[in-house]
Design a protein around this ligand. Structure first.
Ligand code: NI
Length: 135
């Protein structure tokens, strides 16, 4: 079994906000991350695929193909966007890093042409990262 990782980057705005709570309760829960005028992060994602090496190619899968799948299904929908209002796959989801990682998994899990999706790692800051490995 081999594990292949593709790293991509995107910049996006968000606000941590639970619509079931008042503004005051949201501030108490999320602090500055609930700023109504948004704030942004330079996110890094790492998409890990695992499987067997194809003896005909020496590859698990072609990383150019994986890169295009990630670009089309994730990066184009999040880069320089507002995750609360512009990203279709984040509709109705509080855009915490945990939830973004899980939503990216759902975007990609059934689109991996060889092997299977093993994990999504999402770096929100230099010191904080989140890893999702499926349900
Ligand atoms: Ni934030």
């Amino acid at each position: 079994m081999v594990y292949v990782t593709r790293r991509e980057r995107f910049s996006a705005a968000h606000r941590l906000f639970n619509p079931a709570l008042s503004d005051e309760e949201n501030f108490k829960l999320y602090g500055l991350c609930s700023n109504p005028n948004w704030h942004g992060h330079n996110y890094i994602i790492e998409v890990v695929v695992c499987g067997e090496v194809d003896p005909n190619t020496g590859y698990l899968l072609d990383l150019k193909v994986l890169k295009e799948i990630i670009r089309k299904n994730v990066i184009e929908k999040v880069d320089h966007k507002n995750l609360n209002i512009e990203t279709d796959f984040m509709k109705g989801i509080i855009p915490s890093a945990e939830n973004i990682a899980a939503a990216i998994w759902k975007q990609l899990a059934n689109k991996i042409p060889k092997g299977k999706l093993y994990s999504i790692k999402l770096y929100e800051t230099e010191n904080n990262y989140f890893e999702y490995k499926g349900e």
